[in-house]
Design a protein around this ligand. Structure first.
Ligand code: FAD
Length: 495
């Protein structure tokens, strides 16, 4: 049986592990943390349960597929329900927008704005759905092993059909006029850490995916998905070694032989699949420049990174009347986005509140709420902010002050029972994310598809990688796909 080592038990690491076991490999995962999940991490304190990173479940079929490929039914591992409404947006002027995936309700809501915008919304859906099918079939579901896989007339024609050259905001603006409606369809690029004003317009597929495939919730929170994948992998005979930090890939003649883990050399492996953040791996685990191919330290540090996140995890003494997902938009949406991507800690930020305890009593003690408040901030490469204790304390207080100005949170400061903060530093050190960029490499046109680090590393014989900074990109369903592509590449070589 051929032996594969996986570095990292994040979403893509666990999904790759299950797929490799299903194909008959002997698989060992090395994970630096004390539990699995990577960014899909969990804090459980004083009766409150918080998801640390991902919270919004989209494209549920991709989640289910991980179990199906290993011969089991997802229903025996995760309990997934569809959320309706999907989320609420609260504006400063006290108006709100409730996003439902009931097209009848949505049309009635849009008609309240104008019939022209209701029509524009439907035209947007039709246009972007067409582009989504092109993206899915020709880019997201395939890898690019060699230049001719991308540079061929068929692919270039499909690339043109994506019409991805304008920005997400501009592309939405062509269909709807109302500024609030535009913002409600453009802000989702922040889910993957890019600006709606600069991010490729193809990312307007995100609100379409929400509407057409639904937003879901997994009982117990996102972390239940990580635990479910861990359970399935162990049942299949896989090995997970926790608290094991890989320090080096031991390479002879362009071939990885073994790993160095906490100062010791492991057994030999036929192949290595790394799930740790790709740029971090290049800078830290491959020591000799000649083995890095084009990913020299200089190049890696010059690449563009997604935004980072500043998050408050708050356990409250009372309940708050909120939807599971609520977005609080600032008045100056444009200024806020510019701050994030020009390296300024936002002065007047929009923020996102996730309150799973509204629908899942296992997340907080009775009569209380487990609340996650995410503020998008610049990554550490774009910004001079060091996030020392003083800066973290000051920004935390600023966010709590801002929240208290909103009617729904007016007494929040008096009702905090538990509070923990994750700054970009925590994301950087806890999960080894280059520059603390919570969504990895920024998916600009020049860092997407063929130009994104591929799932088969071209410069070594037996290195494969899956995760947010690899093709096809960030977000749980997309890294689950990254795992599928990386495993396909590995199996092509090793079978
Ligand atoms: C705040 C936040 C909110 C998000 N919200 C959403 C959302 O709502 N919906 C959504 O779909 N996606 C969301 N995402 C994105 C999603 O979480 C990520 O794209 C996905 O979880 C990344 O998984 P991964 O497998 O690529 O990497 P990771 O989860 O980072 O896994 C990599 C693993 O490698 C381990 N590792 C690193 N270095 C080493 C080493 N040297 N030795 C051993 N192990 C190592 C790490 O500890 C980690 O476990 C969010 C992310 C964040 C951070």
């Amino acid at each position: 049986m051929k032996k594969v080592a996986i570095i990292g038990a994040g979403t893509a690491g666990l999904a790759s592990a299950i797929r490799l076991k299903a194909l008959g490999y002997d698989v060992t995962i090395y994970e630096k943390n004390e539990k699995v999940g990577g960014r899909m991490y969990q804090i459980k304190e004083e009766g409150f349960t918080f998801d640390v990173g991902p919270t919004i479940v989209m494209m549920p079929e991709i989640y289910k597929e991980v179990f199906r490929v290993s011969g089991v039914d997802y229903k025996d591992y995760i309990d997934m329900v569809r959320l309706d409404p999907m989320f609420e947006i609260k504006y400063r002027d006290k108006t709100n927008l409730i996003a439902t995936n009931d097209l009848v309700e949505m049309t009635i809501e849009n008609e309240k704005i104008s019939e022209e915008d209701a029509q524009g919304y439907l035209a947007y859906l039709a246009d972007v759905y067409k582009r989504y099918l092109v993206a899915k079939n020709h880019f997201i579901d395939r890898s690019f092993r060699k230049p001719t896989d991308f540079y061929n007339p068929k692919m270039l024609y499909q690339g043109l059909k994506l019409k991805t050259f304008s920005s997400a905001y501009k592309s939405i603006a062509k269909f709807v006029k109302n500024e609030k409606l535009r913002q409600s369809l453009a802000f989702q690029t922040l889910y993957i850490g890019i600006s709606p004003y600069n991010g490729p317009s193809i990312y307007t597929i995100i609100p379409m995916i929400e509407l057409l495939y639904g937003v879901h919730y997994i009982k117990g929170g996102m972390y239940s998905m990580a635990k479910a994948m861990e359970k399935r992998f162990i049942e299949m005979g896989g090995k997970i070694l926790l608290n094991q930090s890989v320090e080096e890939l031991l390479i002879e003649k362009k071939q990885i032989k073994a790993l160095k883990v906490d100062g010791k050399v492991t057994e030999n492996y036929d192949a290595v699949l790394t799930n740790a953040d790709f740029p971090w791996v290049m800078n830290n685990l491959i020591k000799e420049k000649k083995n890095k191919g084009k990913y020299s330290e200089k190049k890696v540090n010059k690449m563009l990174y997604s935004s980072s996140s500043f998050i408050l995890y708050i356990g409250t003494k009372k309940r708050y009347d909120l939807k599971t997902h609520t977005f609080f938009f600032t008045n100056d949406f444009n200024g806020n986005i510019n701050d994030i991507f020009e390296g300024n800690t936002p002065k007047d930020p929009s923020y996102y509140v996730y309150t799973p305890s509204r629908i899942d009593s296992s997340m907080a003690p009775e009569g209380k709420e487990a609340m996650y408040v995410l503020v998008p901030v610049p990554n550490k490469s774009d910004s001079p902010e060091k996030w020392d204790d003083k800066a973290v304390e000051a920004y935390k207080n600023k966010i709590l002050d801002m929240m208290s100005e909103h009617e729904v949170f007016k007494d929040i400061k008096d009702n905090i029972e538990y509070l923990k903060v994750y700054s970009p530093n925590d994301f950087e050190s806890k999960f080894n994310l280059q520059f603390g960029a919570t969504f990895g490499l920024r998916p600009t046109l020049l860092q997407s598809n063929y130009y994104r680090p591929q799932n088969k590393f071209r410069y070594l014989k037996n290195l494969y990688s899956a995760g947010s900074s690899n093709h096809p990109g960030a977000g749980v369903p997309i890294v689950l796909n990254s795992a599928k592509l990386a495993v396909n590449e590995l199996h092509k070589d090793l079978k």
